[in-house]
Design a protein around this ligand. Structure first.
Ligand code: GDP
Ligand code: MG
Length: 163
């Protein structure tokens, strides 16, 4: 009965990098239904004496017919259904894409709490990369660098405040 946080976004934005930083080594791979090629990955996180379960997912690519991609999307949708809070990861360096807009639309329809995380903001001087993402209408984008471990404390503060 810990709160569940799902990490979603299109492929290669850095979901797994952020998941691994937030969980450290305490990850476990959970068997999924046959035919689902990418398993959900659950981890436990403690921050300021609050505990939550976090789920990494494959990417969501809304309009692809590719079977692997559509299976990853199904698995991401399962994680979204289970979640209390969704971390929607976008790529600050790659900029806003049509796929991001479609994922944002899916997330809006769920009516769940969404934290919009702009990854790959690798230094303070790159924080202007967040501005394009305001138009997604999901509140203030939170800049992080999963690779450089920047902004993850502020992100954890936002997560535990959202429960
Ligand atoms: P996922 O597909 O969303 O899980 O993305 P991954 O975590 O596998 O990362 C995709 C690529 O982005 C990899 O090459 C990572 O090294 C790179 N990456 C992840 N986080 C960052 C970051 O904060 N800054 C930069 N510059 N690259 C990153
Ligand atoms: Mg990944």
């Amino acid at each position: 009965n810990r709160p569940i946080v799902a990490v979603v976004g299109r492929p290669n934005v850095g979901k797994s990098t952020i998941f691994n930083k937030l969980t450290g080594k305490k990850i476990s791979i959970v068997e999924d239904t046959p035919g689902v090629t990418r398993d959900r990955i659950f981890g436990e996180v403690e921050w300021l004496n609050k505990y939550f379960t976090i789920i990494d997912t494959g990417g969501i690519e809304p309009d692809s017919d590719d079977i692997i991609v559509s299976q990853m999307r199904d698995q991401a949708m399962l994680a979204i259904d289970m979640a209390h809070v969704i971390l929607f990861i976008v790529d600050g360096k790659g900029g806003l894409t049509a796929a991001d807009r479609e994922v944002a639309e899916i997330l809006r329809k769920t009516k769940k709490a969404v934290i919009l995380v702009v990854n790959k903001v690798d230094s303070k001087s790159q924080e202007n990369l967040i501005y394009d993402f305001y138009e997604l209408g999901l509140g203030n984008p939170v800049p992080v660098s999963g690779a450089n471990s920047i902004g993850l404390g502020d992100l954890l503060d936002d997560i535990v405040e959202s429960f």
